[in-house]
Design a protein around this ligand. Structure first.
Ligand SMILES: Cc1ncc(C[n+]2csc(CCOP(=O)(O)OP(=O)(O)O)c2C)c(N)n1
Ligand code: SF4
Length: 425
């Protein structure tokens, strides 16, 4: 049987924290589901809830506070519309994140996106010290409402029901069948939310009576106190399916520089790489860094390689650094991050500053990497290394006047060297 959680389960939560029960139940639910771990996308929010990533052997994507559902919505729709529609998208979010990003959850419910939201409701912002959230019950004591919360909690199930959510259930974290409740939500072919009522032992429990009976009373006062399936509609079709019916032609992967021409890339000549190759290109925005990387990526696809390209530049776009990370492999790429590049290309001073962390990682490691750098930067690089008592001996350095034919040409010429090395043409 496939493994979904790491062997040494060292839960990063306070003793008795409900998150531990939810994590264990999710692990059991995934075992019962039996999908490949690589087809499970766990999208996690900020807070103690979001400490879960390292416990699971599935894909995990850690997002900003409240935005996990928005990220998951984009991922799910891309999978359903552009790819194979065989991945499950599960969101781990706290009551704080759920109220900070409430509209993302409402919107996903409204369009009926095929997601599972596991709402960890411990009535407080746990990680930051037990402040009240939009789901804190009336009279509940929190770090910011020590005399008792003056306002009633938002009735999340009612709000989502009004937004046409087709599947909502509510469980206690200690329920023996929490795994089955989570499994039912994952299997539901549309938007499903499981609200799990649980204890923040560090804060909520310290300030409020929270025996099982107390929690039941809190829920009864909050709304009807209902547990189990609250909404289970069978009349709604999920958004991806509706979209595909309206647009039966599958959109093509694009090949242009900004959004693309819609041309499908064909494999023209196959090459095999012994191992994955990672490349970092760093230069100045507006000087063709990402264009050169994209061009390389296209040619890699045409030689039958798998490729991941990730770009980074400041929001100002046309000033400051520009960076592209590329990973190519003959095998499927399941880990897309680059810890140590095999090739580091630096075409300008902005790029040198931005790429210093990669350079330091290479210098600290035993890996033999190649540094391709514009000759205008060599003096600066040497100065930087002397100041740190570092030597460049372990790097193969290729330095030329790459910028002689124009700044945009520099990145293309650097990438051309790697193409030659890997026999990509
Ligand atoms: C936009 C934003 N606002 C505030 C914070 C600070 N912050 C970090 S964790 C946290 C509380 C998280 O509470 P909750 O989502 O309920 O999760 P829990 O810690 O209880 O699991 C807050 C407010 C942040 N990181 N980002
Ligand atoms: S602070 Fe609260 S939510 Fe965070 S780990 Fe501790 S008990 Fe859990």
């Amino acid at each position: 049987m496939a493994k979904y959680m790491v062997d040494s389960l060292d839960f990063p939560y306070c003793s008795g924290c409900g998150h531990t029960w939810i994590n264990k139940s999710l692990g059991q639910a995934l075992e019962k589901l039996g999908e490949k771990p690589s087809k499970i996308n766990l999208i996690t929010d900020i807070g103690c809830t979001g400490l879960v990533d390292k416990l699971f052997l599935t894909n995990t994507i850690h997002t900003t506070h409240g935005r996990s559902t928005a990220v998951a919505t984009g991922m799910q729709l891309a999978d359903q519309i552009l790819f194979d529609n065989d991945a499950k998208h599960i969101i781990m979010i706290g009551d704080g994140g759920a109220t900070i990003g409430l509209l993302h959850i409402i919107e996903a419910a409204k369009i009926n996106c095929d997601l599972t939201v596991i709402l960890h409701n411990n009535f407080v912002y746990g990680m930051t010290g037990g402040q009240n959230s939009g789901l804190t019950p009336e009279d509940f004591r929190t770090a910011t409402t020590m005399g008792g919360n003056l306002t009633p909690a938002l009735q999340i199930a009612k709000v989502l029901e009004a937004a046409h959510a087709p599947y909502i259930s509510r469980k206690l974290a200690t329920d023996q069948d929490l795994d089955d409740a989570i499994l039912a939500a994952i299997k539901y072919p549309g938007f499903a939310l499981v609200e799990v009522i649980e204890l923040c032992t560090a804060y909520a429990v310290k300030w409020n009576p929270m025996s099982k009976k107390d929690v039941e009373e809190i829920l009864n006062k909050m709304d009807s106190g209902e547990l189990g399936e609250i909404v289970h509609r069978k009349d709604r079709v999920n958004f991806g399916k509706i979209y595909k019916e309206c647009h039966p032609e599958k959109p093509q992967a694009s090949s242009g520089s900004q959004g693309g021409t819609g041309t499908k890339l064909e494999v023209k000549q196959e090459i095999k790489l012994q191992q994955p190759i990672s490349i970092v290109v760093a230069g100045t925005a507006g000087e063709g860094v990402q264009y050169a990387a994209r061009n390389f990526a296209q040619q890699a696809v045409e030689t039958g390689l798998n490729i991941v390209q990730k770009n980074d530049n400041p929001v100002t776009i046309s000033t400051g650094f520009s960076l592209a990370e590329i990973k190519v492999s003959s095998e499927e790429i399941l880990y897309s991050a680059i810890d140590l590049p095999d090739y580091l290309l630096i075409s300008s001073e902005d790029g040198l500053h931005r790429a210093i962390n990669y350079l330091e990682a290479i210098l600290k490691s035993d890996q033999a990497s190649t540094l391709i750098i514009d000759s205008s930067l060599v003096a600066m690089l040497k100065h930087y290394l002397i100041e740190r008592n570092e030597s460049l001996d372990k790097l193969e350095i290729i330095s030329q006047d790459f910028r002689a034919n124009g700044k945009r040409e520099a990145n293309k010429s650097m990438m051309a060297l790697i193409k030659k090395d890997l026999a990509i043409n």
